[in-house]
Ligand binder design. Structure first.
Ligand code: GRF
Length: 194
């Protein structure tokens, strides 16, 4: 299976996914693309010998469709079977999602359906939750919704800040996403709870 990965920043989840696709793995990375030409993850992907692309979303302003049309040219040139959003911070239009629905995954740093959207760790701490974590789900037109393919849980500790909790969750993201992608590439659709 050919996997394209979309990033917006450091791409630590992309690195974990790329490093997992070795040996007899059913998938291989064919493109890393970003909405930010300065995304640090692009250099990491290049260093790993993976094709990269960047389309700066800012010149397009509110015209999401025009931005996505440019991004799609790069994505479709790579002919991916699976699209992984990994720290990708742009909301995609229903039209874009429709092209990949059923083969597009995202990782979200909360135990969905709790805390869709932003600032998930701060919200979990403020709610006094004992647990937090991350979710890999299939992308549907509704933000941070869609069938859950896997979750990983961590304890929230006394004195945790959003940063300390985010760091603990990120370690689990890097375990969960590769494990879910492998199963997804093999055609398995059951839910994986780490
Ligand atoms: C991570 O917290 C991830 O959960 C969220 O974006 C953050 C950065 O991810 N989606 P990465 O290091 O760019 O993969």
């Amino acid at each position: 299976k050919r996997v394209a990965i979309l990033i917006s920043g450091g791409g630590s989840n992309m690195v974990a996914l790329v490093q997992s696709m070795t040996g007899d793995h059913p998938a291989r990375p064919v493109l890393v693309a970003s909405n930010d030409p300065a995304a640090a993850g692009l250099a990491k992907a290049e260093g790993a010998g993976i094709a990269v692309a960047a389309v700066d979303h800012r010149p397009f302003g509110a015209d999401r469709a025009a931005f996505e049309a440019r991004l799609l040219r790069h994505i479709e040139a790579a002919s991916p079977d699976i699209l992984c959003l990994a720290g990708f911070m742009r909301v995609l239009t229903p039209e874009f999602v429709a092209r990949f629905q059923g083969r597009m995954l995202n990782i979200h740093p909360s135990l969905l359906p709790k805390y869709p959207g932003l600032h998930t760790h701060r919200r979990a701490i403020e709610a006094g939750d004992a647990e937090a974590g991350c979710t890999v789900h299939e992308v549907t037109p509704v933000l941070d919704d869609g069938p859950i393919l896997g979750q990983a849980r961590v304890p929230v500790r006394p004195g945790d800040t959003a940063d300390s909790l985010a760091a603990r969750v990120l370690v689990e993201e890097h375990r969960l996403y590769p494990a879910v992608l492998r199963r997804f590439a093999l055609g398995e659709r059951g839910r994986l709870d780490l």
